[in-house]
Design a protein around this ligand. Structure first.
Ligand code: ARG
Length: 489
């Protein structure tokens, strides 16, 4: 007994030391997490796998000077302030305008850019100033100062997830005007010659970085670094560099508005997929979608089977009352709330303060969600098996569990295969809301292309076709499986 205790202690000590060892061995630089909304050129945009632009460049430099390792996360604009407030991120850098309301929630660094809100319309539009906007369809980016201005002074706008999507809607004739920040507006208009910016600005604003109120030390450090960059001229250099890069790139998508239908389609294909290897967004997104779907599927099946067996056993034997109650609450909650809301809760609330891979979050969310549906499908399968089979199994001397495993479940599985297949197809398509937590799945990949080319048509069609192809393949496989099982009967 004594020696056992000793051994246990020794093992414990060893583990502790090992843990401590891994903790201090590598002396990693502390991390600085920056959040942004990367569809706002030249301030921030996605390029390949990287988020680049004026804001990332400035923060990268500041992080370097302060000895931090920088991590940049992309999210919805309207979540940025909450992210630094809650401590999920250290700093928000996203062309954020300093406003009185926002000042109540976060600390703002010294401003680094002066800017304005402008109105974009089509060149042939009858709208020539803000007074003409009344009762027109006005697009804005959700949660921005453009949104606030239009809401307060004109009317309810149509809110888009980012500026480029509003601009794409304008190009497609879904809007009469878009109100967004001056510099991104110039980038957008330079690329789509059918658009123009009206001369009269709506507001005068300044951008600054936002830091949580709980973090005054970081705030003063960032501020003094920013002041240094300003004085040394480095700040102006960075800003000028990105402004210039963007005006050089402007010509790239102009072709979208030129030529006949066929010619336009051809150049649209070129711009949306070939140029800058944009097809890679779809490809990488596709891989993420498959990964999330596959892992969530497995998780869903495991949960589903467990819940279904518990529920049927409770129904048939009257035991497992507490577990059964648990399962029923799970089913009610999961089936009673939308999957997007569940995804957001898991990401922002449950994993709110910890840093986990978004793929993991998505797998957990979709796995838990799918499990509820799988559970009911399998339970209905179990219920569909004649009661006599259970009785026969038991009278042969098999236990309840054995009969379940060897007699009931195999038959139940065969019966529910079509319904299960259907659930998997639903799951695959449902993962398309992963973009809500800024996970770059297939749909989001298409969104990124749309936000770079301001073209809605081809990226959306391509995304749809890819989903369709996978679903068709899946259906064929399932049909094959069904036939094989029938043959084995
Ligand atoms: N300046 C505007 C605001 O603060 C819009 C900023 C949008 N930024 C972005 N990265 N999408 O509300």
């Amino acid at each position: 007994m004594k020696s056992e205790l000793k051994n246990l202690l020794a093992v414990g000590m060893f583990c502790l030391l090992a843990l401590l060892g891994t903790g201090c061995g590598q002396e990693k630089a502390p991390k600085l997490v920056m959040v942004t909304n990367a569809a706002f050129p030249p301030f921030e945009y996605v390029e390949g796998k990287k988020i680049d632009g004026i804001d990332p460049a400035i923060i990268r430099l500041i992080a370097e000077n302060l000895g931090f390792e920088l991590e940049i996360q992309d999210m919805n604009f309207e979540s940025l302030i909450a992210a630094v407030q809650s401590g999920k991120a250290d700093i928000a850098a996203a062309g954020i305008t300093v406003t009185e309301e926002r000042k109540k929630q976060v600390l703002f660094s010294m401003p680094y850019v002066v800017t304005k809100q402008v109105i974009i319309v089509k060149k042939d539009s009858p709208i020539s100033n803000s007074a003409d906007l009344k009762n027109k369809r006005i697009g804005v980016q959700h949660g921005t100062t453009g949104d606030m201005y239009v809401t307060k002074n004109i009317q309810e706008p149509e809110r888009y997830a980012n500026g480029p999507l509003a601009v794409a809607a304008l190009c497609a004739g879904k809007l009469d005007a878009a109100v967004i920040d001056g510099e991104p507006a110039e980038v957008f208009v330079a690329q789509r010659p059918i658009l123009k910016i009206l001369p009269e600005p709506l507001t005068a604003e300044e951008y600054a970085f936002a830091i949580g109120k709980h973090n005054p030390e970081l705030y003063s450090k960032v501020n003094s670094e920013l002041a240094k960059l300003k004085n040394s001229g480095q700040l102006d250099e960075i800003i000028a560099h990105y402004r210039q890069t963007h005006s050089q790139n402007a010509a790239q998508t102009q072709a979208l508005d030129k030529g006949g239908l066929w010619e336009q389609l051809r150049s649209s294909f070129e711009i949306n997929f070939v140029k800058d290897q944009r097809y890679l967004y779809l490809w990488r997104g596709f891989i993420v979608t498959l990964k999330v779907t596959f892992l969530a599927l497995i998780m869903g099946i495991v949960i589903g089977f467990t819940v279904a067996v518990i529920r049927s056993a409770a129904d048939q034997t009257g035991k497992l009352k507490l577990l059964n109650l648990f399962c029923r609450i799970y089913l009610t909650v999961i089936r009673g709330t939308p999957v997007v809301v569940q995804l957001l809760i898991i990401y922002f609330v449950i994993f709110g303060a910890v840093d986990v891979d978004k793929v993991v979050v998505a797998v957990i969310a979709f796995g838990i969600n799918s499990g509820a549906y799988v559970a009911e499908i399998i339970r209905s399968g179990i219920m569909s098996i004649d009661r006599g089979q259970m009785e026969a199994g038991r009278s042969l001397g098999l236990s309840y569990a054995q009969t379940m495993r060897c007699v009931i479940l195999p038959q139940a599985f065969k019966n529910v295969l079509p319904a299960l297949g259907n659930e998997f197809i639903v799951l695959l398509k449902e993962t398309s809301v992963s973009g809500f937590i800024a996970l770059q799945d297939l749909t989001k990949g298409g969104d990124i292309i749309r936000s770079q080319t301001y073209d809605a048509f081809l990226p959306l069609i391509a995304v749809a076709l890819i989903y369709l192809a996978v679903v068709m393949l899946l259906s064929t496989l399932l049909n094959g499986l069904e036939k094989r099982l029938k043959k084995n009967e």
